[in-house]
Design a protein around this ligand. Structure first.
Ligand code: ACM
Length: 531
């Protein structure tokens, strides 16, 4: 049935294109009040697509454009709705979403079709009367949609109606990701960010085909997720933040809202509870979790490595199991991140004992373990994910884990940490891993960055944003843009299409888009931003 529908649709599109082509040599003249901008060139997109073949055609979005979503592909109507929602504010067009027509009368428009591609691969064909995105999954449609958005004039990102001619350059893009995992991490523990702030960031990262949002939900300074069996974690442990700023936490219902918002943009949430260190907020909330039975005060500084769960107490494992069970139940994604970094107050033997007890709990509740690369020394089961946050070079422990079947996500602190200052004048951020300008964030290879880790063990990249100095969405954006797109391109684009001069030029074209969106980006002097 699906195949029949698909071939019928392809026939409709092919007929529509052929039937209409001779009559459409020149597009209709735009109404005089509208501004015509120089069209974006096909391929002027971040991340760079695998293959770009321009044509002389141009598609123009008009008030009568319709989006057709192939019902044989699960999620295509939602993808169509997302695309329409993205294009409506600036165009003012209604852009209705329908199943594709079976006659020719209205067969011009944007088609989201079910093809034979796998995973996030897609093909985008732009002709005079049709834009066709073909993919085998809704994730592939979303990837194609993000490409399409960047092929419209930058004013498409304006929240208010703009009088423009909305042209899209013609040709074919064939595209697929290099790595399956392309993440962004947001630390909501050092400072708390509301559901609306997290959703704003999800919208921003999804544009660059980032498909995982890692939420650092608990640290010394704050516990940010409701755990119903241990309610004081959130109500007390979440009550403050770095510098004594006000805290906050997500109820499980609010967390579910974030998860669904992300899913609707093809982004999977990876929740992290950092264990056994980075746990002062939990220890402050429940005295019985401390070896001496005395709760420490809440912590609002930015030190690390001073807290540890009490490895010898049975209640510690009841606590961890309750947290993992509740978190797993509200997390549809495959990964549960258990931290494991900087446990400087946990003796090595205790650390290993703790992880050997806790790792099976992650599996018991149906999740794959994820953790900072420190935890790989506890030899998690094959398939577990280790997030590398070092400085590159050889690492025997990470290499051994990779060779034993762990998957490595590359988030090197001196390249991918979005909280590192750009330079000495940067008003936000830290500098313990050095200054990181855009070019530093871009020019490294995830497949070879850690000696001894085979390229086949690298599942992708992540750009973490720690929030000791980050308090607002404007702060998030200043540190993430333009470096997040650099990491996203390393995760998505084939090595053959990477290169600083090309990236620099394509990145510059994002500047007007960020201005239209109201994104507070850092205007790096390394990038030739258009006026
Ligand atoms: C880390 O930066 N401590 C993972």
């Amino acid at each position: 049935m699906a195949i029949l529908v698909r071939s019928a649709l392809s026939a409709v599109v092919a007929l529509a294109v052929t039937a209409l082509m001779p009559a459409t040599a020149a597009p209709a003249a735009p109404p005089p009040a509208r501004t015509v901008l120089a069209p974006v060139a096909l391929g002027d997109v971040v991340p760079a697509p695998v293959s770009v073949t321009p044509s002389a055609a141009t598609f123009t979005l008009t008030s009568s454009t319709v989006i057709f979503a192939d019902p044989s592909l699960a999620g295509s109507a939602q993808a169509g709705g997302y695309l329409a929602g993205a294009l409506r504010p600036a165009t003012g067009f209604s852009l209705p979403v329908f199943p594709p027509p079976y006659g020719l009368a209205t067969a011009a428009g944007i088609f989201l079709l079910h093809g034979s591609q796998t995973g996030e691969a897609y093909q985008l064909d732009v002709a005079a009367q049709t834009v066709v995105i073909t993919a085998g999954t809704s994730a592939g449609l979303f990837a194609g949609i993000q490409t399409l958005r960047q092929l419209l004039p930058a004013a498409i990102d304006s929240p208010t109606r703009q009088a423009l001619t909305w042209t899209i350059p013609g040709g074919r893009i064939t595209d697929a990701p290099r790595f399956a995992y392309r993440g962004a991490m947001l630390d909501v523990a050092r400072h708390f960010f509301t559901v609306a702030q997290v959703e704003r960031y999800i919208d921003q990262i999804a544009r660059y085909k980032v498909n995982y949002l890692h939420l650092h939900l608990a640290d010394d300074q704050g516990w940010r997720i409701e755990i119903t069996s241990w309610p004081r974690l959130a109500t007390y442990g979440g009550s403050t933040a770095v510098g004594g700023d006000s805290g906050g936490y997500y109820t499980q219902a609010q967390y579910g809202e974030i998860v669904r918002y992300a899913q609707a943009r093809s982004v999977t949430v990876v929740p992290e509870i950092d264990l056994p260190g980075h746990t002062n907020a939990a220890l402050a909330s429940y005295p019985e979790l401390n070896c001496d039975g005395v709760a420490p005060p809440l912590y609002t500084g930015i030190g690390v490595g001073f807290s540890s769960l009490c490895v010898s107490k049975p209640i510690t494992y009841q606590f961890v199991e309750d947290v993992i069970r509740e978190l797993a139940a509200i997390t549809p994604g495959p990964y549960l991140h258990i931290g494991g970094d900087e446990a400087h107050s946990t003796p090595e033997s205790d650390y290993l004992q703790f992880l050997h007890a806790v790792l099976p709990l992650v599996g018991k509740y149906g999740k794959t373990a994820d953790g900072w690369h420190d935890y790989l020394k506890a030899a998690p089961a094959a398939g577990a994910v280790g997030e590398y946050w070092g400085f590159g070079g050889p690492d025997a422990s990470v290499a051994a884990a990779a060779q034993a079947g762990s998957r490595i996500v590359m988030a090197p602190a001196n390249r991918a940490y979005l909280d590192m200052k750009y330079d000495a004048n940067c008003p936000l951020g830290l500098s313990w891993a050095g200054y990181t300008e855009v070019r530093d964030a871009y020019e490294w290879d995830p497949a070879t960055y850690v000696g001894g880790v085979p390229a086949s063990a690298v599942s992708g990249v992540e750009a973490p944003l720690w929030s000791e100095t980050i308090r607002t969405s404007a702060d998030i954006e200043y540190m993430a843009f333009p470096r997040l797109p650099a990491i996203a391109e390393l995760g998505w684009s084939a090595p053959s299409v990477l290169g600083w001069p090309s990236f620099q030029r394509r990145l510059a074209l994002q500047g007007p888009r960020w201005r239209a969106q109201g994104v507070n980006f850092y205007p790096s002097p390394q990038v030739p931003w258009p006026a």
